[in-house]
Ligand binder design. Structure first.
Ligand code: GTP
Ligand code: MG
Length: 332
């Protein structure tokens, strides 16, 4: 169970690789077929698009974005929307923006698409970006066509719905869900604004995240970008505890009434299970007869730990703090 070092020491590296091989073909099975197919269609529609809005999770501002599309993009204006800002620890927001600028990302907006926070900034920014791009000089087109892309479950459909609420006072057009892979229709064209006339193409989370190392994979998994059962909830819970302790995000101590921070996932999950009354009686055969033993339901506890994190109940998080502070993810 103890896969990750609890402190900043590098112990346990070998265990990462052994317990969680992420290289090559293994990553491919994380992405259901329809997502991979969507990429081709998306590329063929790029011609029609005036601006790309890339949505990503603000808790992993640097990790997992797929740089591949940038090659396809060419000179198209590009806006990075870092969504789920309500779940992100943005104390270092300026540093994050500077870090992204150094990577060539000049236009970044932090949003909460559930509460429509900062979403109003997007259309004026898009209009400005398109206006100062080559497309402006084509003249004959009055409407703007925007493509929303990003890795699964970052809130692409939620952004579209939020834009519609803000600019058209209309309700849901795109289906939203808590799991990756919700948007399945390959390409729908959705109006989001009357003046200027603006359409968005919703895409089915087609971009496969870039996963250069195990930690990036686990960060993406914690943010719900990869289906949990493909990664393993207990492994994810283990990494979650490691990363919370590493960044001194100790909200879990209070949330579960643990009294103090703990670096052992088995004992944390045990206490979570007891608190949630997720225990089961198991008969154990001993030399002197059967004994009933109370056993914690570790998978249920791990699931609750992940759910609490994702719901923001353990406090806001910035999983890329290591990258921001120049302490890159440890390679296996
Ligand atoms: N807390 C929080 N949750 C959000 C926000 N935006 C979206 N969500 C939630 O994140 C989940 C995924 O949202 P979607 O809009 O379906 O994401 P998507 O990128 O379209 O997902 P796929 O179509 O599966 O690729 C849903 O449960 C949303 O309610 C946000 O700003 N804050
Ligand atoms: Mg969607």
């Amino acid at each position: 169970m103890r896969l990750f070092p609890r402190t900043l020491c590098a112990a346990g590296r070998a265990a990462w690789r052994e317990s969680f091989p992420l290289e090559g073909r293994d990553v491919a099975r994380w992405f259901p077929g329809h997502m991979a197919k969507g990429l081709k269609k998306m590329q063929s529609s790029l011609r029609l698009v005036d601006c790309i809005i890339e949505v990503h999770d603000a808790r992993i501002s640097f990790s997992g974005r797929n740089p591949l599309f940038q090659e396809t993009l060419g000179l198209k204006p590009h806006l990075l929307v870092l969504n789920k800002m309500d779940l992100a620890d943005l104390k270092e927001q300026q540093k994050i923006i500077q870090h992204l600028e150094r990577e060539g990302l000049k236009h970044v907006v932090f949003t909460n698409c559930v509460k429509d926070e900062n979403v109003k900034q997007i259309i004026p920014l898009v209009t400005e970006l398109v206006g100062s791009s080559y497309r402006y000089h084509r003249g004959e087109h009055v409407e703007y066509c925007i493509m929303v892309i990003g890795v699964p479950n970052v809130g692409k459909s939620s952004l579209i719905n939020s834009l519609r609420r803000q600019h058209l006072r209309k309700g849901k057009a795109a289906r939203v869900g808590g799991e990756p892979g919700i948007t399945r229709a390959v390409m729908s064209r959705i109006q989001v604004c009357e003046r200027p006339l603006m359409f968005l193409l919703d895409t089915p989370g087609v971009l496969a995240p870039r996963i250069p190392n195990v930690e990036t994979g686990l960060k993406l998994a914690l943010c719900g970008t990869i289906l949990d059962h493909l990664v393993g909830e207990e492994t994810m819970a283990d990494y979650l505890l490691y990363t919370l302790n590493r960044h001194q995000l100790l909200g879990y101590v209070q949330h579960y009434g643990l009294g103090e921070a703990c670096d052992d996932i088995a004992s944390v999950l045990k206490r979570v299970a007891v608190k949630l009354r997720k225990t089961q009686k198991v008969k154990v055969l001993t030399g002197t007869g059967d004994v009933n033993v109370i056993q914690p339901d570790y998978p249920a506890a791990a699931r609750d730990f992940l759910r609490a994190f994702r719901g923001g109940l353990l406090g806001p998080a910035m999983l890329d703090l290591d990258l921001l502070q120049g302490r890159p993810a440890e390679e296996p």
